[in-house]
Design a protein around this ligand. Sequence first.
Ligand code: HEC
Length: 143
Amino acid sequence: MTKKNIPMISVAPLALTTAVLSTVGVSFAQAQTSSGDAEAGERAFRQCASCHSTEPDQNRAGPHLAEIIGRQAGTVEGFRYSTAMQNSGIVWTAETLPEYLLDPSGTMPGTSMTMGLRRDSELADLLAYLATLSSESGDGAAR
Ligand code: HEC
C-alpha cells in the first residue's frame, strides 16, 4: 500500500563512480562530491606513498601513479616491472584497480607489489583521489 511512496531515486554510488571515472577528465569533480572523497583518499594514499610517487618523473619501490586512470599497466618508462605486470594486458580504470589493490598477488600472481589496500572501505575515496592525479590537464578543480 505504501509502496507507491518510495521515491524512484536509485543512485548507486559505486556504479556512479565507476561510470564517471571511466570517462575521467570530463567530470571527475562530480565523482568526488557524489561518492568517493578525494581528500580522505589522499590520506588513505599514505599507505601507498612510501612506494608510489604521484609525480611523473619519480619512481620509488613502485612506479609513479600520475595519470594512473586510463594507463596501460606496466608502461612507466625506466621502471622494472614484474613479467606478470608487463604481460597483464590491463588498463587501469575504476573497474580494474579495485581487484588488484585489494589483493595484488591474488589477482596477479607474480606481481612484485606484495601489499595492497588495507581496508576496502577506503577504496571509493582512494579511487576519487587517484582520479585527481589523472586530471591535471583538465579543469584543475581537483587541486
Ligand atoms: C611496498 C611497496 C608498495 C606499496 C606499499 C604499494 N605498492 Fe603499488 N606497486 C608496487 C610495485 C613494486 C609495483 C610494480 C608491480 C609489478 O611490476 O608487478 C606496483 C604497482 C602498482 C600499480 C600498477 C602501476 C602500473 O604502472 O601499471 C598500481 C596501480 C599500484 N601499484 C597502486 C598502489 C596503491 C594504490 C597502493 C596503496 C594502496 C600501493 N600500490 C601500494 C609497490 C608498492
